[in-house]
Design a protein around this ligand. Structure first.
Ligand code: HXC
Length: 517
């Protein structure tokens, strides 16, 4: 007794056909371009033999205009689940070798189904986007398919982490599915993403634009801020996905993968004191501070090439997964401007929704002054930082390293914005505005009439810093938890993170707040 051979043959033949996608020639053509096939991408992501495919045999009905008699294996998208570092992850991977990975009705249904499954089972979703967009032959049904995918992206948002890899073309409205996810990783050279391509821009406005300028990974990573990571190739993109997942919980109910067995190190790190220059005007490279603060110097920076005046990323401090938000004094004096506010606020909200404690490192000259900023809406954009911090209920630990002036002091997670603990170094300067600006307002005439105005201004600035911007003034007003040596930071933050791990904060019930977008 055994199962009929022809049934097994049929199954194996169908499996083989699906596995070949658009056929060996098309897969070979991709290899020649240095790209993986849709299934190879998933094979690289998942641990061997853990992939459980959903809908391998699903395919368009064949009755649709232009597709009669055509076979589209798996309808051009491979979906399913598998393990990454022992944790289940849902994924879809568009197959460019099948009708250009174009999205039709069944293709969209498969993507939506795997997202539904991910939400119910509480696992992250990783999507490999590589598609010519809406499947032209399916007409408005493919448009509707995109609508359903967008809806599902939003449905998943804040429940399970969503990561989009843009591994090939991502044209027109199709770019909005990646944009609705939490993190976008774009493969350099082989991927491009745009709403209106160069030809459409030329036809509509007469403006000349190259694909490099508007749709390349570099343009998105450095100018537009649309993506979070640039990968050198498909394998690197998968490595970045895995690294990112290593800091994230599987869903919004779980904690991130802390390493609670890591022994607490409470001894000081004298090297941290050495990092602080004597001259208050000499900037610190905040990357060097972060490097010393986090476990093994392992800081996974997010959006490293955009709005560099703020640095964001994931790390562990004494075993606890944290999101780090830090001013970078080397760029625009660490000021908050439109882009850095957008960058910081979105990251804070991601951390909050996925239970990741936030460590904020402050050294900022304030909000960036300028006509373009005011006209560009710095009020609206800067308000996002205030909103994001004030609404975050995860543990919030702030370290004021040096300058914390004006609204930017508040916007970098002050006590009043809900920080659980605020540590300040003795070098902290906390005041309504910077010394130079303040003395010009307070002592205008005195400076003007002085024998040596420059020298008098410098003298008054020094006095202002000592009297009005001293961290002890803020400490006396109970605005900070303690003043600590830089060398004590890692120990203090480590203990603070352990102490606040079980923090629970409830707010009045509401649908959602109204963040200024
Ligand atoms: C159906 C498509 C397709 C599409 C590509 N193909 N795009 N089939 N619908 N949208 C098919 C091609 O016919 C071809 O089939 C195969 O995929 C490979 O395409 P090529 O053009 O040969 O590949 P390449 O030269 O690499 O060019 C890739 C491309 C180009 C740049 C993506 O195919 C292209 O421009 N496609 C159309 C893009 C587009 O305008 N899409 C609609 C965008 S609007 P064969 O059988 O020859 O192998 C949109 C609306 C969404 O998406 C709105 C959501 C709100």
């Amino acid at each position: 007794m055994a199962i009929a051979k022809f049934l097994l043959d049929q199954l194996h033949e169908r499996r083989q056909r699906a596995a070949q996608g658009g056929g060996p020639d098309k897969i070979e053509a991709r290899h020649e371009k240095g790209q993986m096939s849709a299934r190879e991408r998933l094979g690289t992501l998942f641990e061997p033999s853990t992939f459980q495919e959903f809908g391998m045999h699903a395919e368009h009905s064949g009755q649709l205009f232009g597709l009669a008699g055509k076979t589209l294996p798996s309808d051009g998208v491979v979906t399913g689940t598998g393990f990454v570092d022992g944790r289940p992850i849902a994924a879809y991977s568009q197959d460019f070798t099948v009708a250009g990975g174009s999205l039709g009705n069944i293709h969209a249904k498969k993507i939506c189904d795997i997202m539904d499954y991910a939400v119910h089972a509480g696992m992250p979703v990783v999507g490999f986007n590589d598609s010519g967009g809406a499947r032209i032959q399916e007409g408005v049904e493919s448009l509707s398919g995109y609508g359903k995918v967008f809806f599902k992206n939003v449905y998943c948002s804040g429940v399970v982490p969503q990561i989009a890899v843009i591994a090939g073309p991502c044209a027109g409205g199709a770019a909005y599915s990646p944009a609705l996810t939490d993190f976008q990783i774009m493969v350099n050279k082989s991927a491009n993403m745009f709403i209106c391509g160069p030809e459409v821009i030329k036809a509509a406005t007469g403006e000349a634009a190259t694909m490099d300028e508007i749709g390349s990974a570099t343009a998105h990573a450095t100018v537009a801020g649309n993506i979070h990571f640039v990968a050198n190739d498909d394998a690197h993109a998968v490595a970045l996905v895995k690294k990112l997942l290593s800091f994230l919980p599987s869903n919004n109910i779980l904690d991130p993968p802390h390493q609670l067995n890591t022994p607490l190190v409470l001894s000081p790190d004298p090297g941290m004191n050495e990092l602080v220059p004597e001259d208050p005007k000499a900037p610190i490279n905040v990357h060097v501070v972060i490097q010393r603060l986090v476990d093994g110097g392992d800081f996974f920076e997010v959006q490293m090439d955009w709005a560099k005046n703020i640095v964001i990323g994931f790390a562990r401090i004494q075993g606890i997964v944290v999101g780090i938000v830090a001013n970078q004094p080397l760029v625009r004096a660490g000021t908050l401007d439109i882009d850095s506010s957008d960058k910081g606020a979105r990251f804070i909200r991601f951390c909050n929704v996925f239970n990741i404690p936030i460590v904020t490192l402050v050294d900022t000259g304030g909000f960036f002054p300028g006509k373009a900023q005011e006209r560009g809406g710095i009020i609206r954009h800067g308000a996002k930082m205030l909103f994001a911090y004030a609404s975050a209920t995860v543990p919030k630990i702030t370290v004021i390293m040096r300058k914390a002036y004006g609204g930017a002091y508040l916007a970098m997670c002050s006590r009043d914005l809900g920080a659980d603990l605020v540590f300040a170094w003795p070098t902290a300067e906390i005041a309504v505005m910077g010394a130079e600006g303040a003395v010009k307002i307070l002592y205008r005439n005195e400076i003007k009439n002085a024998a040596d105005p420059k020298a008098r201004e410098a003298e008054l600035s020094k006095e202002y810093r000592e009297r009005f911007a001293s961290p002890y003034q803020a400490a006396e007003l109970a605005m900070i938890t303690d003043i600590i040596e830089p060398s004590e930071t890692r120990a203090m933050v480590g203990v603070a993170l352990r102490n606040t791990l079980s923090k629970r904060e409830t707010r009045p019930p509401k649908k959602h707040g109204n963040i200024p977008l």
